[in-house]
Design a binder for this molecule. Structure first.
Ligand code: SF4
Length: 126
């Protein structure tokens, strides 16, 4: 089974919602300690260069891949990334797991990502 990929959308690095979150400890924890294919950071997925990134990045042939995106409210993420997934023929409801990591201290965000990765892997094995 394909391992999940983690993308941290860090909201320009200046959003007060992420002021408690230490980006580098989080991303290094995910890439080194969790069973993901890899973990990357994007500064702002919901603007035009974010759209261009997703257009390059999402693979239309990779219909089983799970993308875990750390960022803002899940409802907002789905709304903002809907077109990008649709344009590649991907199922956003199945392939995107949006995590709201705002207003969380680093340890709490790590735990939330860890639980999500473990859940994805468990479901893949079932
Ligand atoms: S998608 Fe959400 S977390 Fe990412 S930049 Fe936009 S508002 Fe911020």
């Amino acid at each position: 089974m394909e391992k999940p990929r983690f993308i941290m959308c860090f909201c320009t690095g200046e959003c007060p919602g992420f002021s408690k979150l230490q980006l580098w400890p989080l991303i290094n924890f995910v890439r080194n300690e969790l069973d993901v294919e890899y973990a990357v950071i994007h500064p702002q997925l919901c603007v035009e260069d974010g759209d261009r990134f997703l257009a390059d990045y999402l693979d239309p042939n990779d219909k089983e891949r799970i993308y875990i995106v750390g960022g803002c409210a899940p409802v907002m993420q789905k709304k903002m990334f809907k077109e990008a997934f649709k344009a590649k023929g991907l199922n956003i409801d199945k392939q995107l797991i949006p995590l709201d990591l705002r207003n969380m201290p680093t340890e709490e965000a790590m735990k939330k990502v860890q639980e999500t990765v473990e859940q994805v892997l468990k479901e893949q094995k079932a």
